[in-house]
Design a protein around this ligand. Structure first.
Ligand code: T46
Length: 137
């Protein structure tokens, strides 16, 4: 069973196209920010950081992305390639987005406004914070 990968399924209506509805999600946060990533450079790694506070749900609404999540103890991955399946990215979870191509389109719902100070971009610092938090627990 997965410790880190939490997926959320939203309604998908197929008629002349595909319509997905994000409503009434049972999220542990209020959505303060929505952003999307269009036309990422093929094969380039994105993410590779953790957030101190910000929590997110990420949907790959076109194409695919291989998500790697790491909480300092467990490392798990999943490929998202369905527009109605989102992944929860909790605070203090290192996340990386791999194997996107220029066709991929990511939609992200976030709990907080953007702040550079909320980022941990160095993996060693992230590991240290996690192990210090465990010691103080
Ligand atoms: C995650 C994935 C899916 C802003 O000015 N406002 C914003 O709301 C965001 C998200 C970014 N930016 C600026 C900050 C950087 O100069 O855009 C640049 C790229 O941002 P970032 O390095 O955060 O991009 P990604 O794609 O590596 O990561 C982002 C999220 O931070 C991350 O948590 O899950 O998108």
């Amino acid at each position: 069973m997965s410790k880190l990968i939490k997926l959320i399924e939203v309604k998908k209506i197929i008629d002349d196209g595909i319509l997905c509805v994000v409503e009434d999600l049972n999220l542990p946060f209020k959505i303060k920010r929505v952003y999307y990533i269009i036309s990422p450079k093929s094969g380039l790694l994105r993410g590779a950081h953790a957030h101190y506070k910000n929590k997110q749900v990420l949907f790959c609404i076109r194409g695919s992305v291989r998500m790697v999540l790491d909480d300092g103890q467990n490392k798990e991955e999943v490929t998202l390639n369905r527009p109605n399946i989102g992944i929860v990215l909790d605070k203090m979870v290192w996340h990386e987005m791999h194997d996107m191509n220029t066709n991929s389109l990511l939609l992200v719902l976030a709990s907080d406004l953007f702040s550079q100070n909320d980022y941990i971009r160095d993996y060693k610092s992230f590991s240290k914070l996690i192990s210090n938090a465990k010691k103080n627990y």
